[in-house]
Design a protein around this ligand. Structure first.
Ligand code: AMP
Length: 292
């Protein structure tokens, strides 16, 4: 996953980015958090940024670009990342495009969290952050309109932008985000067609992971893309498949699957464990690793 969350202050970028980063086990990068950390630690960057952050202005492009390029130079970025609060100007977006190109990383998807302006001031006041008074909030919103909103057209032109209605509550926005195709399909976990195919797979020595799912099941849609990723990550050590319980009721009965989503782990014809419910990617990945 390579994702940019774009939207005005108060759109919920931080909350949604943190939840997605946990679910997908990818790096969450918030330039606002990095700057607040630098200010608190009174580093040279912090000292330079302090007055600007406190008044709701943007800090200079070169300064955030240095933070970002240093962060992307650290290990672990290949597994994926979510940016929240960066880029905030067209110059930052252009420089970031160059950086990705230089590092050979895939072009990101961009989600615009769109909010009715009237809601934002109340939301930001309710969040009660130290740098937010009504005056700075107004300034932050004006700065967004002037300097950041042009990025909507920038990414639209690059055909990677999707808009989500973020005037709704955080849970609804999270639901809308989970319905988007935010990762390239790859390492797809295929469907098991029938019981004969299932039996052939079950009796192998290799670990078999079966995601029990159905078209009508909402939470199953959270688990399915994680299984696709699991299939890619463990392609040489485990077989990861999906099973439509509607067309395969007999198998669900045979393995006593009571509710879905449920992920079964099987080896040598034996069911080792069934994990019910939706979990973060790391939880499924650790479970596979524990059976290998
Ligand atoms: P945030 O937490 O994302 O709202 O950021 C808080 C403040 O940090 C902003 O009001 C800016 O002063 C500064 N800031 C964060 N990210 C950037 C950025 N990409 N470019 C310039 N200033 C930023």
């Amino acid at each position: 996953m390579q994702l940019i969350l774009l939207g005005p202050p108060g759109a919920g970028k931080g909350t949604q980015a943190a939840a997605l980063a946990e679910r997908w086990d990818v790096v969450h990068i918030s330039t606002g958090d990095m700057l607040r950390g630098a200010i608190e630690a009174q580093t040279p960057v912090g000292l330079q940024a302090k007055a600007l952050v406190e008044s709701g202005e943007l800090v200079p492009d070169e300064l955030v670009l240095k933070l970002i390029s240093d962060r992307f130079a650290q290990p672990g970025m290949k597994k994926g990342w979510i940016l929240d609060g960066f880029p905030r100007t067209v110059a930052q977006a252009e420089a970031f495009d160059d950086l990705l190109n230089k590092l050979g990383l895939a072009y990101p998807k961009v989600v615009h969290l769109k909010v009715m302006t009237g809601l934002l001031i109340d939301r930001l006041l309710a969040m009660g952050r130290a740098d937010d008074t009504v005056t700075t909030i107004r300034r932050r919103l004006a700065v967004y309109q002037e300097q950041t909103a042009p990025l909507i057209a920038y990414y639209q032109a690059r055909k990677c932008l999707t808009t989500v209605n973020a005037s709704q509550g955080a849970a609804e926005v999270a639901g809308a985000l989970s319905r988007l195709e935010l990762v390239e399909p790859g390492g797809e976990a295929a469907y098991i067609a029938n019981e004969a195919e299932f039996d052939a797979l079950v009796n192998q020595e290799k670990l078999l992971v079966v995601d029990c799912t159905a078209a009508w099941c909402g939470p199953c849609k959270l688990v399915a893309p994680l299984m696709d990723r699991l299939a890619g990550e463990y392609s040489d050590r485990a077989n990861v498949f999906k099973l439509d319980v509607d067309t395969n009721k007999d198998m669900a009965t045979r393995f006593k699957v009571k509710g879905i989503p449920a992920v079964m782990f099987l080896k040598n014809g034996e069911l080792l464990e069934t994990m019910a419910g939706a979990h973060a990617y790391q939880v499924f990945s650790d479970k596979v690793a524990s059976f290998l």
